[in-house]
Design a protein around this ligand. Sequence first.
Ligand code: C2E
Ligand code: CA
Ligand code: CA
Ligand code: CA
Length: 278
Amino acid sequence: AAKARQCGSLIYHPQLDAGSQESLSLLSELRRAVENDELRLYLQPKIDLHRGRVVGAEALVRWEHPVRGLVPPMQFIPFAEQTGFIRLLSAWMLSGAARFSQQAREAGLDLRLSVNLSTRDLMDQELPAKIEALLSPLQVPAESLCLEITESTIMDDPERALSTLEHLHAMGLKLSIDDFGTGYSSLAYLKRLPVDELKIDRSFIMAMERDLDDARIVRSTIELAHNLGLTVVAEGLETLKAWAVLARLGCDEGQGYFVSKPMPQEQFIAWARAWQPP
Ligand code: C2E
Ligand code: CA
Ligand code: CA
Ligand code: CA
């Protein structure tokens, strides 16, 4: 029972504030996770929908808990954001993604690695310098790293976020708007931010085959993005039919279970070599 309670505390509850007993234990568990090497970097491929080639991968964190097994990110990311732990996690992910990109280059694969950032990361004025330091010993060009941000990432302090993003973009990093279509003021941000890529939220992609409105939203979003000179990525690509529809609509890239679920980074290069487009 004591074990169950301890495990239960790992689940994030929005009503838990950073000062409560339970969240303090979650925070120490997270610190221990880093020390004990329990975090894993998983990769999910991104495919060029017209040529069928693997063009990149999104880095997604997993927590291999000794008792609970794989803990999904949604059970600790919000908490990590709330406590500031996310900065450590993001730095760990960025460094892992950059090192993987180098490894892939050495294996003859040119891949763009995407990493998710949170509000706290963009409030950190040291972030560009940290990324610079991380890339300099590697032979990885800045363009092979892409930072995924959501509108809520920017909303807290848009001015400060914008200045960090402009700095990162000037360094050559690619910027992507994640979960597009689910926020409040997407269009205003698209206009102001130095973005290169737009990811259509998976809820639209997964519904477009049965709901005409979703199909229309997807079509218009692709057109809008292209008019702004952005690459469009469809998330939640689960069927061959969806691939065909998206390719016909001119969507550039896709990511989803139809191609592959996220896999441990150690498996990715072999997977990419064996990949055959349908
Ligand atoms: P996200 O950035 O939207 O990541 C995509 C999520 O969609 C991943 O869930 C992925 O496994 C899932 N997914 C991919 N293809 C499909 C599909 O075809 N169908 C369906 N139904 N789902 C699909 P995951 O890995 O559980 O991550 C959930 C969220 O946690 C991510 O959403 C992201 O917001 C956050 N997250 C994950 N890793 C990190 C990280 O390292 N840093 C930060 N800040 N957030 C992270
Ligand atoms: Ca993402
Ligand atoms: Ca997303
Ligand atoms: Ca409808």
